[in-house]
Each structure stands twice: as C-alpha cells, then as structure tokens.
Design a protein around this ligand. Sequence first.
Ligand code: THU
Length: 143
Amino acid sequence: MYYSSMIVDKEVLETYEQAKKAQRNAYAPYSKFHVGAALKIKQKQLRFTGCNVENASFGATVCAERVAIMSSVASGNKEDIDFIVVVTDTDPAIGPCALCLQVMSEFCKPDMKIYFANQQEIQRVVTFGELLPNRFSEIPEQI
Ligand code: THU
C-alpha cells in the first residue's frame, strides 16, 4: 500500500520502495541518522540503491546518495540517471548534502529530478540544477 502526498508515477513509487528498504540497511551507529537512496536508470528497469555507511573515523563515512551513485557507475551506468529518491526520517524530508551534489555533478544532468521522502511519503521534488547550479570543475564551465 503506497501513500504519497505527491502524485508520482509507478517508476518513482517503485524506486521509492527500494530507497525505503535501503534506508533500513543504514549503518549509522554514531549519528543514528539513517538515510536511503535509490536511483533509476533511463529506459531500463535498472535501479541502484545506497545507504549511509558510517565509520569510527567519522571522515570515512559515506552518504547513501554517493553509495548509490558509485554502485551505478561500477555497473557501467554513468550518464543515464533518470531520477534519485532520498529517504530520511525527517519531516520535512530533506535532500542530498553538498558533497553528494558535487559527486552527482559528474553524472547527473541539470534537469534530473531528486525526490525528498521519508518512510511515510514522498514530499518534494527538485531538479539537480536547482540544488547545484554551479558545480566545481577544473575545466571552467559557462555559467
Ligand atoms: N548523510 C547521508 O547519507 N546523505 C546526505 O546527503 C547527508 C548525510 C549521512 C551521513 C551520516 O552518516 C549521517 O547522514 C549524518 O550526517
């Protein structure tokens, strides 16, 4: 049974379900802040998931979104991400940190959608370009 305050299509709902499952795998003994992420590949029934994986050496912690992106890239899917769903326990639901946005900037187009959700519902959608209009790049880009 799905409940969402936003009208979203079946592909988004299915990806949301995977992000919720991934959130349950979060390894977050230090912050206790559990995050799940799932992304869908364009024109394929392929999805990749991630959860945050913390470390006693805090800087070694990896965010859920980056785990999902790395997994996608490792499987050979670099440039065809359709959208990403991020699940936290917060209300309002929140989106990716700046570090994750910078990592996404290598692989995501400005119009890629990012859905903010919690375990209860998908609350908000924004484009990647809205969150990070000017990425860092060694090669200067037109802005
Ligand atoms: N975290 C994510 O997984 N994604 C984000 O975009 C921001 C933060 C994780 C990292 C850490 O394990 C916990 O949330 C608290 O910062």
